[in-house]
Write a protein that binds this ligand. Sequence first.
Ligand code: G3P
Length: 197
Amino acid sequence: PFPLLLWAVIGYLLGSIPFGMLLTRAMKLGDLRSIGSGNIGATNVLRTGNKAAAAGTLLLDGGKGAVAVLLARWLAGEDATQLAGLAAFLGHCYPVWLRFKGGKGVATFLGLMLALSWPVGLMCCATWLAAAALSSISSVGALVAALMSTAWMVLMREYELTALTVALTIVIFWRHRSNIARLRTGTEPRIGKKKTG
Ligand code: G3P
């Protein structure tokens, strides 16, 4: 059990690096916590008005999920990948450095999906893009992509990954409870708009 536990710790530590906070601080874009939704993810970084910082956050938050899975696969084999990915995702959502108040997990989720099964990962990214483009709302993209991830796993016959996608979907919905409340009242802001209802 020790090596597996080790991968949970490595995954968690990787996932807990709050790239959105680090980038916005380094680029002197203000305090993310007092901008828009107050979230540390790429969508909220975009509300600073800096597209490069938002793209960097998306890539780095996604990258840490992918790296956790790929490192585990490379050094410990396939058995450690799901745990490392889940730990990275939870590290992003509940980082010890931010007193467990982290992000909503979407970029990290997409990154680890790509690393666990790239066809499903691409389908999740495409679902996110399509739903976000159609609605112009980032959280709609996230919620639809999370919901569809299990269906895409089944379609691609990656049955051993479906329990993980169900668990990730539940956490993503939980982390989006304020977004869901705003969606219900029609006050969820469109992508790039600074105001949050
Ligand atoms: O990835 C998070 C996104 O789905 C919502 O972000 O800042 O609008 O709550 P935000």
